[in-house]
Design a protein around this ligand. Structure first.
Ligand SMILES: [Zn+2]
Length: 115
């Protein structure tokens, strides 16, 4: 399951940041998931339940925000947000666009408890 390895990578990053701040627990993790990242938020939530066991984020709440899909047109140079299922230039309607945002998975916020 792809989402589980995504979660494990995420939790490694969270653990690294928690260690940097001498945190004893993580309360909340806010994640931005791009529409083209290939990650399904409901599956990610379920994988998180499994992956967080025994980590500092064991009791953490996971908030997933859908990120925008932004394209840049190779024809006219327009740049704008488009629906995931309609990757066309927002300016001229051409299909020769480059995805500049939407494939990423971003860790936006981590709320930690320190002593
Ligand atoms: Zn265009």
């Amino acid at each position: 399951m792809h989402e589980l390895s995504v979660c494990q990578g995420l939790l490694r990053e969270v653990a690294r940041m928690a260690a940097e701040h001498d945190a004893v627990a993580v309360d909340r993790i806010v994640l931005q998931v791009g529409g083209l990242s290939g990650v399904e938020p409901p599956l990610l939530e379920r994988a998180f339940e499994v992956a967080r066991a025994g980590t500092l984020a064991e009791a953490a709440e996971l908030e997933i925000r859908a990120g925008p899909v932004v394209v840049l047109c190779r024809e006219c140079g327009s740049r704008g947000e488009v629906p995931v299922n309609r990757l066309l230039c927002p300016g001229c309607g051409d299909w020769r666009v480059e995805v500049v945002e939407g494939e990423e998975l971003l860790l936006l916020t981590i709320d930690m408890e320190t002593v």
